[in-house]
Write a protein that binds this ligand. Structure first.
Ligand code: ZN
Length: 188
């Protein structure tokens, strides 16, 4: 297993619709294991294959809720059903989201409260998870990655402007920039 470099916004693979997985082999299992290790090293609660330069419909997730219940796994070729988002402005404290491909930044974004994830695992076994709250948010965030959408693309105007400014200031927004968990400390 290995920690992989994480691509930063601007690389084309992050802004491209990823392809379905068709071959379930050892190489896929190895990629999933590397993604899990990279997610934990970052550290993050989710990581999508395009973030490590692979344009495939795969994401990994690991979330521990307030009752210490951990939900983790890999979602391959996922489908996602979500409830409508409530109207109103996203709350800075309760709804601020971050992304390992826009490291160190957080902006508020309203998400659906409930989500149903249907996917297969690395053995092509189907599973389904009914999620709410932050886990539902993680699924929406990671699912978006597979369609070439970053959370910065969904922000309300004022936050979108602030995000664009932060990205520009960091010199991001161009191809082939990445950071290495455990080596680069980009959190602050
Ligand atoms: Zn992300």
């Amino acid at each position: 297993m290995a920690v992989l470099p994480i691509l930063i916004t601007g690389d084309p693979v992050l802004h491209t619709v990823a392809s379905p997985v068709t071959v379930f082999d050892d190489a896929l299992s190895a990629l999933v294991a590397d993604m899990v290790e990279t997610m934990h090293a970052a550290p993050g609660v989710g990581l999508a294959a395009p973030q490590v330069g692979v344009s495939s419909r795969i994401f990994v997730f690991s979330w521990t809720d307030d009752d210490d219940v951990e939900t983790s796994g890999v979602a391959i070729n996922p489908e996602l059903w979500i409830t409508p988002t409530t109207v109103g402005e996203a709350d800075e404290d309760e709804e601020s989201e971050g992304c390992l491909s826009i490291p160190g930044e957080r902006f508020p974004l309203r998400r659906a409260e409930l989500a149903i994830l249907k996917a297969v695992d690395a053995n092509n076994e189907p599973f389904e998870i009914h999620a709410e709250g932050w886990l539902a948010r993680i699924f929406q965030h990671e699912f978006d990655h597979l369609n070439g959408i970053l959370y910065a693309d969904r922000l309300e105007h004022s936050h979108a402007k602030a995000a664009a400014k932060a990205i520009r200031k960091s010199g991001w927004g161009k191809p082939q920039l990445s950071w290495m968990p455990g080596v680069d400390n980009l959190d602050e």
